[in-house]
Ligand binder design. Structure first.
Ligand code: HEM
Length: 154
């Protein structure tokens, strides 16, 4: 295995875990909990789901730029000569990071507080806000992977 293929693998795996985790949460787990659990059980479940998933997302948000910049240096002479899709990737990464930090640092504590106080309407509102942002981040993540795979020439 060359250094490039190792770095490439360590770049693609965190992308897979982050985007795939959001896909599973949004498309599979969310509708399953809506159909099978009552509101208090659902609102108690999600903070625990996020606590476990976000440990992996933290690892991904560190690994992606480290390995991405590694790939940049191994493959292209400089950042200026890297193709536009790599610049798009970096820009979308920053947007995805900002949305993740908003959910993790602002909205998840609101959900936890509402669950502790057994304030189910406030908890439902907080979970709704998280759902919207995670949905948006999922669309960004899927688009980013599609752009990375297609390597379009702008
Ligand atoms: C600072 C952030 C990032 C940098 C600097 C970066 C940089 C790079 C570079 C240089 C490549 C190799 C391009 C090539 O071989 O033509 C690459 C590939 C890739 N990146 Fe990123 N990346 C970043 C963030 C992300 C994120 C957030 C994701 C997805 C969530 C992602 C997904 C991918 C994928 C799937 C590939 C493989 C594309 C393919 O060869 O089919 N990257 N990245």
């Amino acid at each position: 295995m060359t250094l490039y293929s190792l770095t490439y693998t360590l770049h693609v795996l965190p992308a897979l875990i982050w985007v795939g985790g959001m896909f599973f949460a949004w498309m599979i787990l969310r509708p399953a909990t809506v159909s099978e659990l009552d509101t208090p059980a659902r609102l108690k479940l999600w903070p625990e789901v996020f606590r476990r998933f976000f440990q992996w997302v933290w690892a991904a948000v560190v690994m992606l730029p480290v390995t991405g910049i590694g790939l940049l240096h191994l493959r292209f002479p400089s950042l200026e000569t890297a193709p536009a899709y790599v610049h798009v990737m970096m820009g979308l990464y920053l947007v995805m990071l900002a949305l993740f930090l908003r959910v993790r640092l602002l909205q998840l504590p609101q959900l936890r507080r509402a669950v502790e106080l057994r304030d189910w309407p406030a908890g439902g509102a907080a979970l709704g806000r998280i759902r919207r942002l995670v949905g948006f981040n999922l669309v960004l993540g899927l688009s980013l992977v599609a752009i990375a795979a297609a390597r379009p020439i702008f």
